[in-house]
Design a protein around this ligand. Structure first.
Ligand SMILES: [Cu+2]
Length: 512
């Protein structure tokens, strides 16, 4: 993965070749994890405790069977995978930049990946601790979350949201980074206020640690705590607003080209801003007290995480697909995908603001008629079906373009960052020799462009590790080892052996 990050072109061990790509990319491991979690549907009941799994719903008393165990163990495995990826990104970004690639010359997506990686390595241990407590409660009979044993169930809420709020930024910051690269390319202008965009991203990363109790205003933490978390939450809107104005200023006076990637980036700005505005509303404890546990909150989270994160990810896919595969995604299907998503997304989630304010509660599967929810709820349902269908358009486009897409050259959009100077798809070593970087957006400067293109020509001494199956063996071993907590030692012990075998063999693999 690190090899495809723009401008950072080191090749860490085991990151070349298709197989090791499959075994080291975080998302593939999430697939394995999802397999483990989904197993619980067949082997012990789904973990039906809501996504934030408040105690004491998760205790053995209220959740017998193995559903919660699968969920907790699966989340621990995901934590290990995410930590491994985050450390890999941090080490790569800090240590293995090209000569002249100062921190303040890095592409914004790399910057936001760096901030996100720090959030991951600091936030995941918090949920790890909470899950270890929970597993102790369930397996050993401790009382970390058992009120009858003297515990305070709020401990889970604090631990969960101390992880859970930074997690929101783990999801949104990379999307902000993607958009900060897509907008300049299709406006033919450098990112407006690059340092301010970077610093506000770092500021959001810091501030994300001081707002977790805004998820707990209805708990009754007292006026002092409520006021503090209301203020910090309102404060975090400032760097977010700064970013939005910088993106708008990037567009201002630009030569705007409405390719699909650009449409998704613009959609991101519109929808994420709306999500930010409703978020600002429940930064106020009295307002939140009315909105909490209603569909208003459901509307908010989908505007920030679907309108924000998912739109950003689609912008990134349309932008870098030609680089990754050497082929274009079909623009017509792309535009149909974009407009279908935009319309159905708003049809699904916008009415939820209103039914939420009318008091429609979350996590209830049916409602009595004549509450005034019916029409708007029906609109949401129709919207959700259309939204699903719009993703199918994308899937068809994706599969078809991989096979029969129009060939894209090395630089289909005229981008400013270094990845557009190497062939599409990139060779595993990226640049034949590592170029020296002299500015931000090096390809938009004559000498930077010449240096990057020249660096492509001569194959220099770049150390390339062999592709390896061992990371896959270690990952499988870790998964089995932890699954042993649910299934028993006959799964755990082989997992331990596989893990040690994989790590040992991986470490001592001969270097070619
Ligand atoms: Cu939050």
């Amino acid at each position: 993965m690190a090899t495809t990050v723009a401008g950072v072109h080191a090749v860490p061990k085991s990151e070349s070749g298709l197989w090791s790509w499959i075994t080291t990319v975080d998302h593939k491991r999430i697939g394995v994890l999802y397999g483990v979690t989904a197993l619980s549907f067949f082997l012990g009941g789904a973990p039906n405790v809501g996504w934030f799994a408040y105690s004491n719903l998760t205790s053995s008393q209220y959740s017998p069977g193995h559903g919660v165990d699968f969920w907790a163990v699966g989340l621990q495995i995901l934590g290990i995978a995410s930590l491994a990826a985050a450390f890999n990104f941090i080490v790569t970004i800090i240590n293995l930049r090209a000569p002249g690639m100062k921190l303040m010359r890095m592409p914004p997506f790399v910057w936001m990946t760096l901030v996100t990686s720090f959030l991951i390595i600091l936030a995941f241990p918090v949920i790890t601790v909470a899950l270890v407590f929970l597993l102790f409660d369930r397996f050993v009979g401790t009382h970390f979350f058992v009120p009858s044993g003297g515990a305070d169930p709020l401990l889970w809420q604090h631990l969960f949201w101390l992880f859970g709020h930074p997690e929101v930024y783990i999801l949104i910051l990379p999307a902000m980074g993607i958009v900060s690269e897509v907008l300049p390319t299709f406006s033919r202008k450098p990112l407006f206020g690059y340092p301010v965009v970077v610093y506000s991203g770092i500021f959001i990363g810091f501030m994300g640690w001081g707002v977790w109790s805004h998820h707990m205003f209805s708990v009754g933490l007292g006026p002092l705590a409520d006021s503090f978390f209301a203020l910090t939450t309102m404060l975090i809107a400032i760097p977010t607003g700064v970013k939005i104005f910088n993106w708008l200023a990037t567009l201002w006076g630009g030569k705007i080209e409405l390719k699909t990637a650009m449409l998704f980036a613009l959609g991101f700005i519109a929808l994420f801003t709306m999500g930010g505005l409703s978020g600002f509303m429940h930064a106020s404890p009295p307002a939140d007290l009315q909105q909490t546990d209603t569909y208003f909150v459901v509307a908010h989270i989908h505007y920030v995480l679907f309108g924000g994160a998912i739109m950003g990810v689609f912008a990134g896919i349309y932008y870098w697909f030609p680089k990754m595969t050497g082929k274009f995604l079909n623009e017509t299907l792309g535009k149909i995908h974009f407009w279908a998503t935009m319309i159905s997304m708003n049809l699904t989630f916008f009415p939820m603001h209103f039914v939420g304010l009318l008091g429609m509660p979350r996590r209830v599967y049916t409602y009595s008629p004549n509450m005034g929810f019916d029409t708007m709820n029906l609109l949401s349902t129709i919207g959700a079906l259309l939204l699903g269908a719009s993703v199918l358009v994308f899937v068809v486009n994706f599969v078809n373009s991989i096979r029969n897409g129009k060939p894209a050259g090395s630089d289909p959009w005229g981008g400013g960052s270094l990845e557009w100077a190497i062939p599409s798809p990139p060779p595993s070593y990226n640049f034949a020799t590592i170029p020296t970087v002299r500015s931000l957006d090096p390809l938009w400067h004559k000498e930077g462009r010449e240096a990057a293109l020249a660096a492509n020509q001569v194959r220099g001494p770049i150390h390339m590790p062999p592709s390896s199956y061992w990371p896959a063996v270690s990952a499988l071993g870790v998964t089995l080892l932890l699954s042993g907590m649910v299934f028993g030692w006959f799964v755990g012990i082989p997992g331990l052996i596989l893990m040690l075998l994989g790590l040992y063999s991986w470490a001592f693999e001969p270097v070619t």
